[in-house]
Design a protein around this ligand. Sequence first.
Ligand code: G6P
Ligand code: MG
Length: 215
Amino acid sequence: MDLKGCIFDLDGVIVDTAKYHFLAWKRLADEMGFDFTEHDNEALKGVSRMASLEILLHVGGVKKAEDEKIELATIKNNWYVEYISHMTPEEILPGSLELLRSLRSEGILTAIGSASRNAGMILDGIKLRDMFDAIVDGNKIHTAKPDPEVFLKGAEEMRLAPENCIVFEDARAGIEAAIAAGMRCVGIGKPDTLARASIVVPDLRQITIQQLRNL
Ligand code: G6P
Ligand code: MG
């Protein structure tokens, strides 16, 4: 392919924030009096904040009114923001920085395509904002993954056509969003859950630019 841009999901690709999301959701479940396990947390990866709350309430068999749901999501987010406010560049996942540097040195543009409304704060904490030509996060989009909006907007902000872009994703909803956007997709994680990706690798250390161009 004629590779001109790479769009990276943030949570689970550049940094492991799932552990902080888990701590905050678990704390909320504890307060409501039910158990929430790391296994349950898997279903929340790549899923928007309110959709995550719905899954959590379903796990606990709890029903809440709309206004209470907004309140609960706000409480969880306040805890989550407190956790991520301590993040440092040491939390950048292995291979990310090296790949971003080599892409940019070849003139390939880079973007963030994340569902998170906290993406800006995380990028500042890990000091990686300067490595991206465009940052599209949950504050800029209306429809969550698997809708392609976040990646189409990323391509648009880089002024590139979707077919010249590759997406890096760790969540199934994100892979579906990339396919719907007409983009090739590198799955980060296990092949069984990410089967629809163009290729699947355990982390960004395994990727070469030549491999990407061959997709
Ligand atoms: C990412 C994470 C999800 C999270 C979502 C919204 O997609 O993988 O677990 O729910 O972002 O994040 P936010 O920071 O806006 O609550
Ligand atoms: Mg992710």
